[in-house]
Design a protein around this ligand. Sequence first.
Ligand code: AMP
Length: 289
Amino acid sequence: MNETKHNLKIFTTVNEVRAFVREQKQAGKTIGLCPTMGALHEGHMTLMRAARKACDVVIASVFVNPVQFGPNEDYDKYPRQFDADCKKLAAEGVDAVFHPTPEEMYPAGYGTYITVENGITDVLCGARRPGHFRGVATVVTKLMNITQADKAFFGQKDAQQVAVVRRFVADLNIPVEVCMVPICREASGLARSSRNSYMTAEEKQAAVVLSRSLRKAKEAFEHGEHTAETLKTIVRAELETEPLAKIDYVDLYTYPALLPVDVIDEPCLLAIAVYIGKTRLIDNVILGD
Ligand code: AMP
């Protein structure tokens, strides 16, 4: 175990985390977990702050989880900057960070995976990234078990992920409260993401079209347009004004059940995935909340 000057404890093994958690629980402290893949930005910090506010002890994890990446995805080139991450976590008053190796999480002989099979992983990113949510559900279950967290914090940026986590937490009776934190954006409207660092300045400017397209649809919704097909058309039309944008999907489902919808009369998720150059970005808005 290492300790930075701001008292951030750095753990790389499950046993170290367990010992720390045991101590904290014995002292009657509540534990907040913020799972991340690192390359931390202001969006992650909003999770840390929410956890800080709601729990006595905050544990962040920084782990680029190989199991949630497909064979042709960006696992190898995903940004890794653990020292910078620790400085940010320490400045935010996070108590401990768990930064395991892939072998610590998936030792030789590993063979257990969590799959959510009620259909919510068959749409949106689940449909485009086979196995992604199996990897997410598996690692998040492990992190919840390792940290014994009372509350776990996730961003609305990955709204389908929150729906999946809420589902398996309920289904498996995991004693944790799942908290969703709003999307943190740059002043331009671009949702903050570790993958934004892949883009050139020109691409970053083009990427503002994602949030702009969702804003237009939200405005239309607020002015009484509740037909799903029309709202999706508004988003598509705006995205098509940007030559660097290539649509992966524009979809609208009930939230959190993620069922098809024609006319919005309950909370719904309008979600998009768009390539800007080679970078795949996601964004969303919840309508009728
Ligand atoms: P990641 O490191 O990308 O796996 O993200 C870790 C957590 O931070 C997830 O729960 C994300 O939804 C959340 N997160 C990432 N970007 C943002 C953002 N811009 N606003 C709010 N939460 C975010």
